[in-house]
Write a protein that binds this ligand. Structure first.
Ligand SMILES: Nc1ncnc2c1ncn2[C@@H]1O[C@H](COP(=O)(O)OP(=O)(O)OP(=O)(O)O)[C@@H](O)[C@H]1O
Ligand SMILES: [Mg+2]
Length: 261
């Protein structure tokens, strides 16, 4: 099968007032259609930079990347769920989920139907008329995931989408995300700081080196699907999680020392 996303020797240098910051060097990755790839790495290693390049929000300095187009050229190529909740406080939950469709001039009737369908799937149908200020953090996160999926993007680029949630809500949302992904089988690139989360969700875990970021190691996750949190009680899960931590540990130390220097 042809890869959906190809990145070859991607490099990124930011020009700042205090000089150049080398964020990514020689970063190469291929993601298969329908694959769920997680990226982990120490803070500042260039994870968000890579995702922003894929999303077309940031120009690269060297190398190349491509996202294979789908059958429908009018479809938006991708969609990012950012670290923060990317939802508008002055719009209702429904309007937020329908926003991308509205931007693409989908009729009000159709976009309302699609948005309600996604609200149903993320368990927020009853909150359609609420404003973001009236719902919890976990619910806001679900709104932002529903909005991304309502656009039916070619690939889903997610930057720590559950990062702001408390541990229990996060655990629930991981399972919900898995359930939705099993239904849609989108190609996903998912950034997380949590090794546990990356192993639970991913088909592969890409481990990055400390700044400047490149790929250190790629771990295939051969845990059976569909997964539930029962998966996390298996020896295979524990062993893989530990192996990734062993490889990441040195990079985290290096990143911390560099930040103190
Ligand atoms: N717009 C920018 N201008 C200058 N430097 C930047 C910019 N964005 C990021 N950087 C630098 O590039 C490097 C990579 O940043 P990036 O945000 O991609 O890391 P990250 O892996 O997502 O970190 P975190 O895990 O903390 O979110 C860092 O050194 C950061 O300071
Ligand atoms: Mg980041």
């Amino acid at each position: 099968m042809a890869p959906k996303i190809i990145a070859r020797n991607v490099g990124k240098v930011y020009e700042t007032r205090r000089g150049q910051v080398e964020a990514l060097v020689d970063f190469s990755l291929e993601v298969e259609e329908g694959e769920f790839v997680c990226i982990v790495g120490p803070s500042g290693c260039g994870k968000s930079t890579f995702l922003r390049i894929l999303a077309g929000l940031e120009p690269l300095t060297s190398g190349e990347y491509a996202i294979a187009p789908g059958d429908d050229p009018n479809k938006p190529l991708n969609n990012v769920v950012f670290q923060e909740y990317a939802i508008f406080p002055w719009k209702t939950v429904l309007e937020n989920v329908a926003f991308g469709l509205q931007m693409r001039s989908v009729s009000k009737r159709e976009r309302t139907a699609i948005a309600m369908d996604w609200l149903e799937r993320v368990g927020l149908r009853k909150f359609a008329d609420h404003y973001p200020g009236q719902i919890s953090g976990g619910m806001k996160q679900r709104v932002s995931i529903a909005r991304a999926l309502a656009n039916d993007p070619e690939v889903l680029l997610m930057d720590e989408p559950l990062g702001a949630l408390d541990a229990q809500t996060r655990t629930v949302m991981q399972e919900e995300l898995m359930r939705i992904w099993e239904e849609t089988r989108k190609t996903v690139v998912y950034i997380t700081h949590s090794i546990e989360e990356s192993v639970f969700l991913g088909d592969r875990v890409v481990l990055m080196t400390a700044h400047p970021g490149t790929i250190k190691e790629i771990f295939p996750v051969d845990l059976p699907r569909p997964r539930s949190h029962k998966t996390t009680a298996t020896p295979a899960y524990a062993e893989l999680t530990y192996a990734i931590w062993q490889s990441l540990q040195g990079e985290v130390m290096r990143a911390m020392q560099e930040q103190q220097a």
